[in-house]
Design a protein around this ligand. Structure first.
Ligand code: UDP
Length: 240
């Protein structure tokens, strides 16, 4: 099956991806490797927005389960995403890729605030724009932040880099003959509660007709391959 070609994409990097082989935090070698993947697609001429997660450092829900006030915990989680954004920015700039970080929570000494028109200008100038702090509100996740920014920035697709090579009809780690979808509809993902992104993020992509491409970012060179329509991935989109 030939896949559609995209020009402007939003790449969602979960905190887990930046953790590398560790159990917590940021692994500099892994961040450099991810930055090299991004450099390759910048050189291929794609316009790129990135949304980073924070789960490698702090997850609001996990802290709330231990009795922490949920809203405060979520703000801490959002601050964690800013740390990750700076790590990705640093790795990209060491490779000579121009970047800007924009945070949904204004932090004037650290990075720019999120300003859509300004982000648009950065993209036109060939810069990679890294969006931090999700949507800027508690009770959300960076998946929702990714879907929101993809819609605002008129991205052609949302690329979700994970540690599996697509969307399966059951958990491939538990069910050996789980089947991988080549394409699957947003409504099937929601009805079967397939683990792609949060339901609110999936619904936002569905309503704005932004395909979600789920692929394994741990595999070297895979981002460029999947963008070129090769490699293994699942596309979630409107349809049957
Ligand atoms: N978060 C939030 N609002 C947002 C985005 C993130 O409150 O718009 C908080 C939330 O506590 C979340 C944490 O930041 O657990 C880290 O983000 P997420 O879990 O989405 O990161 P990922 O799973 O992608 O690493």
């Amino acid at each position: 099956m030939t896949r559609p070609r995209f020009q402007r994409i939003l790449l969602k990097l979960s905190g887990e991806v930046l953790m590398g082989p560790g159990q917590f935090g940021i692994d500099p070698d892994t961040v450099t490797r991810v930055a090299e993947e991004i450099l390759a697609i910048r050189e291929a001429g794609y316009q790129l927005c990135i949304v980073v997660g924070g789960g490698n450092i702090f997850r609001g829900l996990a802290a709330a389960a231990k009795g922490f006030d949920r809203a405060s915990a979520d703000y801490m989680g959002m601050l964690a995403t800013v740390m990750n954004a700076l790590a990705v920015q640093n790795a990209l700039e060491q490779l000579g890729v121009e970047t800007r970080v924009q945070s949904a929570i204004p932090m004037a000494s650290v990075c720019e605030p999120f300003i859509r028109r300004r982000a648009e200008r950065h993209l036109e100038k060939g810069r990679v724009v890294i969006f931090a702090a999700g949507v800027g509100s508690p009770f959300f996740t960076t998946d929702s932040g990714a879907a929101l920014r993809a819609a605002e920035m008129k991205c052609d697709a949302l690329f979700k880099g994970t540690s599996v090579d697509g969307v399966y009809d059951a958990d491939p780690k538990k069910v050996p003959d789980a089947k991988r979808y080549e394409t699957v509809s947003f409504n099937t993902v929601l009805a079967k509660d397939l683990k792609v992104m949060d339901a609110s993020a999936v619904a936002l992509c569905r309503d704005n007709d932004i395909p979600i491409v789920v692929f394994n970012i741990r595999e070297q060179g895979n981002l460029a391959r999947v963008l070129a329509g090769e490699g293994t991935a699942t596309i979630v989109r409107n349809g049957d």
